[in-house]
Design a protein around this ligand. Structure first.
Ligand SMILES: O=C(O)CCC(=O)C(=O)O
Length: 293
């Protein structure tokens, strides 16, 4: 049974869906003004501002476009630190979280369907003594660990990442909305790209959000319409993991100086038991080198 589209205030229902199905969805979170602002922010970050119909062939070749958003500069930090996203991230991961990936995923007409995958394929799996260990420095996407999307009878890793996907345009089956395999977060394995699995299509109006446990098998669909689908995909991880983007390096000094502690913590400036330190491993926040210079 798929999850339902809930009101953003229904934290209990959303949490239950996330635990049970591996994803949950809330409607009506961003209003029309915020959506308009978000579209412009994504276009600005992508360095464009033209419509897909201008050159359909060019967009078809571009297919899936991942637009990197820079914290403090992209104009979407209130989305990245949205209370609903942080509440659900903390429900899944615990109190201390960091922002990992900060991107827009724009799907242009004629793109290819994305393979189903998980968002924490890089995490070593537990092995019984004597079993070949899953060495962290040897992990690549190419190492298969395939299985069925059903609950494992063996211990599995916890979720260490959550993906919060904001629908900036309507998400429909025709324009390549996110597809998810309910319950697959409990399987402890990855989907075999050679096989077909039953998916739920997250058809949601613009302004809604899908939040999935990174263990849940998912991917975007194929856009058969003549307009691009815009999603803003923001992932959060536990404080001991490497972030998808290097926010602490990407940020400009004057932007760093303007951040509040919430945003500094999310970006990874806050130390985790000395990890992430710069000049003082007892400090609460790392200090960028330019301050010392
Ligand atoms: O854009 C989508 O619908 C899915 C994106 C995705 O698979 C991901 O962010 O890992």
């Amino acid at each position: 049974m798929p999850s339902t589209l809930r009101a953003p205030e229904d934290i209990k229902g959303l949490s239950q869906d996330l635990d049970c199905f591996g994803y949950c969805m809330a409607a009506g979170v961003l209003d029309a003004g915020r959506l308009d602002h978000a579209v412009k922010a994504v276009e600005r970050a992508a360095g464009r501002g033209k419509q897909p119909s201008a050159d359909a062939e060019e967009w078809r070749r571009a297919g899936d476009e991942w637009v990197v958003l820079i914290a403090g500069e992209c104009g979407l930090d209130d989305v990245a630190s949205h209370p609903l996203a942080l509440a659900m991230a903390r429900h899944l991961l615990g109190e201390r979280i960091m922002l990992s990936g900060y991107t827009a995923h724009v799907i242009h007409p004629g793109n290819e369907e994305m393979e189903l995958h998980t968002d924490q394929w890089w995490l070593p799996r537990a092995a019984r003594p004597g079993e070949s260990p899953n060495r962290p420095g040897a992990i690549t996407r190419a190492i298969p660990h395939y299985g069925q999307p059903t609950a494992s009878s063996h211990p599995i890793n916890p979720a260490v990442v959550i993906n919060v996907m904001w629908a900036i345009s309507d998400f429909t089956r025709a324009n390549g909305c996110t597809r998810l395999v309910p319950g697959s977060h409990l399987s402890g394995c990855e989907p075999d790209p050679e096989r077909t699995f039953a998916t739920v299509h997250a058809e949601i109006p613009a302004g809604s959000v899908i939040m999935w446990d990174a263990r849940t098998w998912h991917g975007s669909g194929r856009n058969t319409t003549d307009a691009s689908r815009i999603g803003v995909s923001i992932t959060y991880c536990g404080p001991q993991f490497r972030q998808l983007q290097n926010h602490t390096l990407a940020i400009r000094p004057e932007v760093h100086a303007s951040l509040d502690d919430t945003m500094r913590t999310l970006l990874g400036f806050r130390l985790f038991s000395s990890y992430g330190a710069t000049d003082d491993d007892e400090a609460t926040f790392a200090r960028p080198g330019y301050e010392r210079l």
